[in-house]
Ligand binder design. Structure first.
Ligand code: ADP
Ligand code: MG
Length: 437
């Protein structure tokens, strides 16, 4: 899909795909068919659950990694190597502990070959703008988290990047510090006190995106792809409690929770050709969390977003639990509204043994990986299999770390349901003798 180029276009991505080769030769796709255009004058939020490829996409824009397929154009020319117009702010601050604030801020300028005198001048100027004056000679360890991230901002902005990229820059800060810094950054941007033409912020916080962005690009998972590209037309400074703000948050919430449905439907359709479909990703959550969610839903139907707010859970925290419950067909999700299925209702009113039996049925009838492990176990005379066998299968579909995580989750769930159990020293899975097949 070709993107139409406007005069203010800074960066264009055309049909980007990013995949990685696994040690066993299999390819896993992280991002697929991403086309987008970043223009001067806008703050763009890249929003999605963890693992949806946000950081990877930002790194591609910054030229830190190259796409496997597709084009990256910077000012309409193919990008080769690092993007000279980009500076990055990282979640982890990424400061050098042995350098002072001033030296850290000067680093980016130094890398650009700016001479010493000018370097100092520009760094001091940005330190002033970012509210760090008086701390020029301090070391990072003497600073609070918020002040450290100010250094991160000053370092990125000192090079006067056309595009400021930020990867979850407020996530490591406490709530108040984050909110304060967010608004200070917005002030600088709105008052045009920073020499930056546009901002790309990676986030998993819906409200953060709606507070800051002129445009929200929603990414979905497995593989990462664009689910929506929304313009935000609310004037700054936005009021979190206003109906228009809430309506937009709701809309985004619905989009984010929708793609996971596809996964669940795919999981129920065993004939799907694609590999990612055959092994729907098991969210790494405990059965206890799922039980907690179901119990909460017993006497309330409704809005997943409100539920998240009530529980003070971020979308990233509640979504995996909801996904797991969906995979087991214990809840039903539609356009952001969640309710218990009949089986889910049964679960809530049952005692512990009955609950185990329900989970056992749901796992064995809906989850391919668990069915497969069970079949392999039943086929073996000693009813034991080495975990490596399952890992080898999983590594054809997931990264090695993700394969480990998938296996661990499958073992946890199967153990809870007393389908099989795990011999840790031997690294073997074996069948519970009481399983009726
Ligand atoms: P996000 O920032 O949205 O959480 P990432 O871009 O960090 O997502 O990662 C997306 C997916 O790509 C994850 O499943 C991650 O494990 C995988 N991934 C990232 N980098 C690599 C790599 N170098 N090799 C293999 N897989 C990777
Ligand atoms: Mg990330």
């Amino acid at each position: 899909m070709a993107v139409k180029v406007g005069s203010k276009t800074l960066i264009q991505l055309e049909s980007i795909k990013k995949s990685y080769q696994q040690p066993n030769g299999q390819e896993i796709t992280i991002l697929e068919n991403i086309s987008l255009e970043l223009k001067a004058g806008e703050i763009v939020a890249l929003l999605g659950p963890s693992g949806s490829g946000k950081s990877t996409l930002m790194r591609i824009v910054a030229g830190l990694i190259a796409p496997t397929q597709g084009k990256v154009l910077y000012h309409n020319r193919p990008l080769v190597g690092l993007n000279p117009g980009v500076a990055i702010v990282f979640q982890s601050f990424a400061l050098y502990p042995w350098l002072t604030v001033l030296e850290n801020v000067e680093l980016g300028l130094k890398a650009k070959g700016v001479i010493a005198e000018e370097r100092r001048y520009k760094a001091l100027q940005m330190i002033d703008v970012i509210g760090l004056d008086g701390f020029e000679n301090a070391y990072p360890k003497e600073l609070s988290g918020g002040m450290r991230q100010r250094v991160g901002f000053a370092r990125a902005l000192a090079v006067e990047p056309e595009l400021l990229c930020m990867d979850e820059p407020f996530s490591a800060l406490d709530v108040l510090t984050a909110e304060n810094l967010r608004f200070e950054l917005l002030d600088l941007w709105l008052e045009k006190r920073i020499p930056t033409k546009s901002v790309l912020i990676v986030t998993h916080g819906i409200e953060e995106a709606v507070i800051l962005a002129d445009r929200i690009i929603v990414l979905g998972r497995n593989p990462g792809r664009i689910r929506a590209d929304l313009s935000v037309n609310l004037p700054h400074y936005r009021d979190r409690k206003s109906p228009s703000f809430q309506a937009l948050v709701d809309q985004v919430y619905k989009i984010i929770t929708n793609p996971e449905l596809e996964n669940v439907e795919a999981a129920a359709a065993p004939n799907q050709q694609t590999q990612t479909r055959k092994y729907p990703s098991l969210p790494a959550v405990r059965i206890g969390s799922i039980a907690g969610l179901l119990e909460l839903l017993e006497d309330r139907q409704g809005d997943l977003y409100r539920l998240g707010q009530e529980l003070q859970l971020e979308v990233d925290e509640i979504l995996p639990i909801v996904e797991a419950a969906q995979l087991m067909k214990l809840v039903y999700l539609r356009e952001g509204d969640i309710s218990l299925t009949e089986v889910g209702q049964q679960f809530v009113v049952s005692g512990i043994d009955e609950r185990k039996a329900i989970i056992r049925d749901q796992l064995l009838s809906n989850l391919f990986l668990i069915q497969q492990i069970t079949n392999l176990l039943q086929a073996k005379r000693n009813q034991r299999i080495p975990e490596e066998l399952i890992l080898d299968v999983l590594e054809a579909h997931f990264s090695p770390e993700e394969a480990e995580r998938q296996l661990k989750t499958a073992i946890d769930w199967g153990r809870y349901a007393e389908i099989y159990t795990y011999d840790e020293p031997a690294g073997e899975i074996f069948l519970e003798t009481n399983l009726k097949s």
